[in-house]
Design a protein around this ligand. Structure first.
Ligand code: NDP
Length: 286
């Protein structure tokens, strides 16, 4: 009998379209670096095929999968359990399969929080959150669970901002308010952390959210969720104002690390993941 093992641990992603999602390269580079016999398969799964894909992953004894658009809410009906923040966010982007049971997690906000914790503890901080889409909602929930004191959510569609503010107030001790985005947003005095959680800047190095840059103050932390290009114009201008900046590439790497920890119980090398993404983004010329 050979002691060789030709059976890989299987993980992957279900989304559509999926061809431009670089997560597979990032995670497989870290698997190889770690010497793991594990694979991450990037699958194009149309909305109508989600149930079959989930059943297939279970049948093939995958240990877990990520899901992205359009499955983050639709996947809920296929799961046996949800972790605390996924329940509050109402969306899942990471599923663990153990003993035939599927548990849903949301690593969007957790990835952001892991990056933020590298430079500050969000507890008792005052936060200005720009945007009220899926990423903003996930970040708001994690910030609330991490004990922020106050959250202001600014969005063009103020109803979406109000929904997030109410979610935070109802489920944590944090105070939260919503404001409509009119003209250039002025950062309120006493704000510790400013986060761009809009899609402004994605693939466009010139785009910048309408913010009164002069209202940013030295020592503030300014974060952007945009992973590519990581040094957005917003971060560059915040840096010039003396702010400490945090890019969206770190958030993406931390999501990968957290997902693999959930599936395999192993912490992989974040530097290998970051380097892989940087090379991909540089070579794509975006
Ligand atoms: P959504 O489509 O759910 O939300 C987009 C948000 O951006 C909304 O609040 C929208 O406002 C706002 N917005 C878009 N254009 C403008 C504009 N011109 N002016 C003002 N507000 C605007 O997207 P997601 O929340 O899922 O994703 C947002 C970004 O986060 C994406 O770029 C994505 O790449 C990034 N992301 C990064 C991750 C990472 O790991 N780094 C993880 C997840 C997401 P309105 O509601 O008024 O339309």
């Amino acid at each position: 009998m050979s002691d060789q093992n030709f059976r890989s641990i299987l993980t992957g992603s279900f989304s559509t379209p999926c061809a431009d999602n670089p997560t597979v390269a990032m995670i497989e580079a870290a698997y190889i670096h770690e010497g793991l016999n594990a694979r991450y398969i990037n699958c194009d799964v149309k909305a109508d095929n989600l149930a079959a894909a989930v059943k297939g992953a279970k049948a093939m004894e995958w240990v877990g999968f990520n899901c992205s658009l359009p499955h983050k809410v639709a996947v809920l009906e296929h799961l046996d359990a949800l972790d605390e923040s996924a329940k509050l966010i109402g969306a899942v982007n990471c599923v663990a399969i153990k003993d035939g049971r599927l548990t849903g997690h949301n690593t969007d906000g957790k990835g952001f929080l892991a990056s933020l914790r590298e430079i500050t503890d969000p507890a008792e901080k005052r936060v200005l959150l720009l945007g009220a889409g899926g990423a903003a909602r996930a970040i708001a929930v994690e910030l609330a669970l991490a004990g922020v004191a106050h959250l202001t959510v600014v969005n063009r569609d103020v109803k979406k901002a109000e929904t997030i503010a109410a979610l935070v107030r109802d489920n944590s001790s944090a105070d939260a308010e919503a404001k409509p985005w009119q003209g250039d947003v002025s950062v309120p005095e006493g704000t510790d952390i400013v986060i761009n959680a809009t899609s402004i800047g994605l693939g466009d190095p010139e785009a910048i959210p309408p913010v009164d840059i002069k209202s940013l103050t030295k020592g503030q932390i300014v974060a952007d969720v945009i992973p590519n290009p990581p040094q957005t114009r917003f971060l560059q201008e915040a840096h010039a104002q003396g702010c400490t900046t945090l890019d969206g590439l770190g958030m993406l790497v931390n999501q990968g690390l957290i997902g693999v920890e959930i599936w395999l119980g192993k912490t992989l090398d974040g530097d290998v993941m970051a380097q892989t993404l940087e090379e991909i983004f540089e070579s794509s010329g975006d």
